[in-house]
Design a protein around this ligand. Structure first.
Ligand code: MOS
Length: 693
């Protein structure tokens, strides 16, 4: 990957190429695809958290006008089992969590399906359940690896020894809440079986990965499954791995024999079985000499997974790369509970894993009497602490300095609880961000010369609202040496060349590299004046530089927080982030990604929290009335800036992923600012009013 793309259109401010279609309602989202005589599905979910379904009485539902069929574990079509229990829907009568899918009513209208689903009576053999994550559980275990493939534990040097001798120490436990992904468009599927196989319109982050899973479950050649998903109304990771809802719709469509089945989750169902961010309990140990130089960093993580499938969030992973300290240790321990399967949510690992250490650093800064920006600068490593490799580029210190300048950081009082204005305590805080610059080989793109003299560029990529339609068109234009309006991009269809999932902030890197490879091969073969119909597909290869360098994006988050002296109400009038994430392909879209991530971080810091009622074993605040997500009114001033970072090693475009880094560190910056305002250290998210009273 030595040949870098010469940027001409890449790097310039462009409107979304799909913007007009979206705002005029002409961009079809999953539920809006037109199909012939659709039937509608409403699921039946367990009302116990552990046990077995003994019987289901479906007669009243079946006798209801407009009901086409009722599926239960006793009657559903069979799937290939033994691979992924999360997806093996209706194949067993075991109940592994409350809200699990155990049936479906298929009817002429969604209303009839919903009504009839309520008429199905379920008899259970109920077993005691356990849904409570605690660090003192005696059944915690170490997974083999953590997501996606990192070591579970790492250790260098002697953490305990360094800790015992240190001039300054922090040893505290921090917790992050359980969070649920709530994209505006819920998970939605239209499933259609015909003689050729199965077609799925599905709101997914990866048409090819979904196709692979579904084909395996139904014992089909992948070529007989087609997944179509040109527009997706947000995913944040929850649509990155397939979930039970898609399989249920496909099972139902098998039963209706040719009639399409439509299934859109209700908001409450979004809290039941499409993934969430595990709650975490992190014990952080920091040791430093009298000058604030870290001698030891430890993060011991406890988090949860489900009994039916393991997902181990890589919460300790960022600690391995952030700061120089000769003695380091990270561990992950899991409790397998009677809960649904946790999964990806924007920056899994980095997001919760940069809350605890970045608050601990703030505590250390105060103890050592060192400014928190300066403390981070003093602990900047020369090489990646974990691997010893040089960074392909790392400009964290520049981000901190630039952010401090823009935020007037030098006017900040050193002591907390120093500013009371009109009944509000006022403070400011800082935290660092990190997110890996991921790249994986294997995505492919097709280039074809059209009759009108344009270039059709096809790749099975997904645009989940990030701007992939636009950025990939920009990359294709530069790779082919033409203008954007000469490129006709096609994405979101598994009939297009294979593409990686839109996850890990890797879409632009993986898909862009494929487009660059295909465009170069096309030009090599057909020249600059190709004939109509000339066509070529090429895939992107490995990046050899990945073995020589540690590759990450970095950022600095600054927050101003006001806490009401009488009520404890917390407001965040200002957030400012400075990022160093390689070449910015499109400033307009990048700003949107950064401030979107920061807003989601504010939401995590102050509002979001999935509350489990352990008596019943499910999330009780499972709707947007009770699960609070930040709205525009919660954000007064939010700025995203970036450095002009050049990194020739990450990929041909020189870009680093930006979809997730914006959420990393935001909650820590806000918690640190709340402490600076009030002198009250909140170590448990969310930062709510009661914690200041
Ligand atoms: Mo992102 S959580 O990797 O979709």
């Amino acid at each position: 990957m030595t040949d870098l793309l010469q940027p001409r259109v890449v790097g310039t401010d462009r409107q979304r190429v799909d913007g007009v279609a979206k705002v005029t309602g002409r961009a079809p989202y999953t539920y809006e695809h037109r199909v012939d005589r659709p039937a509608y599905l409403h699921p039946i979910q367990t009302t116990i958290a552990r046990g077995r379904v003994v019987a289901m009485r479906t007669e009243r539902a079946e006798a209801t006008d407009g009901v086409i069929a009722v599926l239960t574990p006793f009657t559903a079509p069979r799937l290939e089992t033994g691979q992924n229990p999360e997806l093996e829907v209706l194949q067993s009568t075991d109940v592994a969590f409350r809200g699990q899918l155990i049936g479906a009513v298929i009817a002429e209208t969604p209303e009839v399906a919903r009504h009839a689903a309520g008429l199905v009576e379920v008899e259970y053999d109920r077993q005691p359940h356990d849904t409570e994550l605690r660090a003192d559980r005696d059944d915690l275990y170490a997974p083999d690896v953590v997501n996606p493939n990192y070591p579970t534990d790492t250790a260098q040097g002697d953490l305990e020894g360094a800790f015992a001798e240190a001039a300054h120490r922090v040893d505290q436990t921090y917790t992050t809440a359980m969070y649920h992904n709530n994209p505006m468009e819920p998970h939605t599927t239209i499933a259609v079986w015909d003689a050729d196989g199965l077609t799925l319109y599905d709101s997914t982050q990866g048409v090819h990965s979904l196709r692979k899973s579904v084909a395996a479950l139904f014992g089909l050649d992948p070529e007989r499954v087609r997944v179509i998903s040109p527009y997706v109304g947000g995913g944040f990771g929850s649509k990155g791995t397939p979930h039970a809802n898609t399989v249920l719709a496909a099972l139902a469509a098998k039963r209706t024999a040719g009639r399409p089945v439509k299934y859109a989750l209700t908001r409450q169902q979004m809290f039941a079985f499409v993934g969430y961010r595990t709650p975490t309990i992190q014990r952080i140990r920091l040791a430093a000499d009298s000058a604030g130089r870290l001698t030891a960093i430890g993060n011991d993580v406890v988090e949860q997974t489900s009994r039916i499938k393991e997902f181990a969030e890589q919460t300790g992973e960022p600690t391995r790369h952030m700061y120089a300290a000769p003695n380091r240790s990270t561990t992950h321990r899991l409790a397998a509970l009677d809960v649904s399967v946790p999964s990806w949510m924007r920056a899994p690992g980095e997001c919760p894993g940069m809350f605890a250490p970045e608050v601990a650093l703030d505590e250390l800064a105060h103890q050592a009497g060192i400014d928190p920006v300066e403390l981070r600068v003093r602990n900047e490593p020369g090489t990646d602490p974990e691997s010893g490799l040089p960074f392909s580029s790392r400009h964290l210190v520049d981000c901190l300095r630039e952010g401090a300048r823009r935020f007037d950081w030098d006017r900040r009082p050193a002591q907390p609880r120093a500013t009371l204005r009109n009944g509000w305590w006022i403070g400011t805080g800082v935290a660092s961000s990190i997110y890996p610059a991921r790249y994986s080989a294997g995505s492919a793109a097709r280039v074809r010369r059209t009759r009108s003299g344009h270039y059709e560029v096809g790749i099975g990529a997904a645009d989940i609202g990030t701007g992939a339609w636009t950025v990939l068109t920009q990359i294709a234009a530069d790779a082919l040496g033409v203008d954007m309006d000469e490129v006709e991009l096609q994405i979101g269809d598994s009939r297009l060349p294979t593409a990686s999932v839109a996850g890990g902030s890797s879409g632009t890197a993986n898909w862009g590299a494929a487009i660059v490879a295909a465009a170069r091969a096309f030009r090599d073969k057909f020249g600059t004046d190709p004939g109509t119909g000339d066509e070529l597909t090429e895939s992107a290869g490995d990046n050899p530089a990945a073995k020589r360098f540690a590759m990450h994006g970095f950022g600095a988050q600054f927050a101003e927080v006001h806490v009401n002296a009488a009520t404890g109400e917390v407001r965040v009038p200002r957030l400012l982030g400075v990022f160093a994430t390689g070449r910015i392909a499109n400033p307009r879209l990048a700003r949107s990604q950064f401030i979107g991530g920061m807003t989601m971080g504010l939401s995590m810091a102050l509002h979001e929290e999935s509350v489990t009622d352990h008596r019943f074993g499910f999330v009780v605040n499972h709707d947007l009335a009770e699960y609070h997500i930040a709205s525009c009114a919660d954000v007064k001033s939010i700025e995203a800036h970036w450095l002009d970072e050049h990194d020739p090693y990450v990929n041909p475009m020189g870009t680093k992923g930006i979809g997730e880094i914006g959420i990393v560190g935001t909650a820590a910056a806000i918690a640190n600012a709340a402490w600076h305002a009030t002198g009250v250290r909140v170590r448990e998210l969310p930062v709510t009013a009661d914690k200041f009273l």
